[in-house]
Design a protein around this ligand. Structure first.
Ligand code: NDP
Ligand code: 8X3
Length: 247
C-alpha cells in the first residue's frame, strides 16, 4: 500500500491533490486545522477506494508535528503544501503577526514536517518522494510581498539543499512553483475580505487546485530514474509576478 501525506488538505491545492492522488491500494494521510473539512474530505477519498487517515494539527507547532507525524513511520510521498500569505503591505506598514504566521507556517512548519518524515524515509532505506509547494514568489520578489516572497525564497533554497541532502538515500525532491491559482489563498491574504480576493482573479482564467494536482500526479508517476526538480506553472494570461494580462 502506497502511503501519501498531504499537509494543508482542507482547501485549495492540498485538497485537490489529496483527491487526485486517492486510489485503491493507497493510504492518504491528510492534515490541516479545520476538523470538519478533514472529515468531509476523508469521505470523498474513501469513496475513491483509498484508505484515509486524518491528522488534525497545526504545522507551526513542533510539538504537534512530533505528536502526529512521528508515529506514522515511513510514508512513500510527502506533499509539503500547508502555507499562506497574510497581508499585502509595504515593509514599513507590515503587521508583524502576519510576518510570524508566514514564516512560522511556510518555512518553520515545512521544516518541522520534513525533518520527521525525511528521517523516517532515510532510516527505512527505501527511498521516497517529497514535493514542496513553492511559488513564483520564490524567485520573483514583488512590491508589498517582502515576507511572503522571503518565505517562498526559503522554500526554494530548502528544496534545492534537501535534494542534495537526500540524494544518497534515493529520495526524490521536487518543487512546484505556481503563479496565480484560485483557492482560498487571496481570501486568507486579505484577512477574509472576499470582494478584494475576488478582484485578484477578475478578468483572468487562473489556474485551479486541480491543475496543480495534475502536475503533481504526473511528477509522482515518473519512473524511478527520473525526477522533476522544479516546475513553474502559470495561467496563460500571466507571465510573471508583475505581468498579468486581464480582459
Ligand atoms: P488555501 O488557503 O486554499 O489552502 C491552504 C492550506 O494550508 C489549507 O488547507 C490550510 O488548512 C493549510 N494551512 C495553513 N496554515 C496551516 C497551519 N498553520 N497548519 C496546518 N495547515 C495549515 O491556499 P492554497 O491552496 O492556494 O495554498 C497552498 C500552498 O500553495 C501554499 O503553500 C501557498 O503558498 C502555495 N501557493 C499558492 C498560490 C496561489 O495563487 N493560490 C500560488 C503559489 C503557491 P487549515 O486552515 O485548515 O489549517
Ligand atoms: C502565490 C502567488 O503571485 O501571490 O504564491 O506570489 S503570488
Amino acid at each position: 500500500m502506497k502511503r501519501i501525506l498531504v499537509t494543508g488538505a482542507t482547501s485549495g491545492i492540498g485538497r485537490a491533490t489529496a483527491l487526485r492522488l486517492a486510489a485503491p491500494d493507497t493510504q492518504m494521510i491528510i492534515t490541516g486545522r479545520r476538523t470538519e473539512r478533514l472529515a468531509l474530505l476523508k469521505q470523498e477519498i474513501e469513496a475513491k477506494g483509498a484508505e484515509c487517515l486524518v491528522l488534525n494539527f497545526d504545522v507551526r507547532s513542533e510539538a504537534e508535528c512530533k505528536e502526529f507525524l512521528e508515529p506514522l513511520g515511513r510514508v512513500d510521498v510527502l506533499i509539503n503544501n500547508a502555507g499562506l500569505a497574510a497581508g499585502l503591505e509595504h515593509i514599513d506598514r507590515g503587521d508583524t503577526a502576519d510576518w510570524d504566521a508566514m514564516i512560522d507556517t511556510n518555512v518553520k512548519g515545512l521544516l518541522y514536517v520534513t525533518r520527521i518524515i525525511s528521517r523516517a524515509m532515510v532510516e527505512a532505506g527505501q527511498g521516497g518522494h517529497i514535493i514542496n509547494i513553492g511559488s513564483i514568489a520564490g524567485t520573483e520578489p514583488y512590491e508589498n510581498g517582502a515576507v511572503y516572497c522571503a518565505s517562498k525564497h526559503a522554500v526554494h533554497a530548502i528544496s534545492q539543499a534537501m535534494r542534495a541532502d537526500l540524494l544518497s538515500a534515493g529520495i526524490k525532491v521536487g518543487e512546484v512553483r505556481p503563479g496565480m491559482v484560485e483557492t482560498e489563498f487571496s481570501e486568507v491574504r486579505f484577512h477574509g475580505d472576499k470582494e478584494r480576493a475576488a478582484g485578484v482573479y477578475k478578468g483572468v482564467d487562473p489556474l485551479t487546485g486541480a491543475d496543480i494536482a495534475e502536475a503533481i500526479h504526473w511528477m509522482l508517476s515518473l519512473p524511478p530514474h527520473m525526477n522533476v526538480n522544479d516546475i513553474v506553472l502559470m495561467p496563460t494570461q500571466q507571465a510573471g509576478a508583475y505581468y498579468t494580462h486581464k480582459r
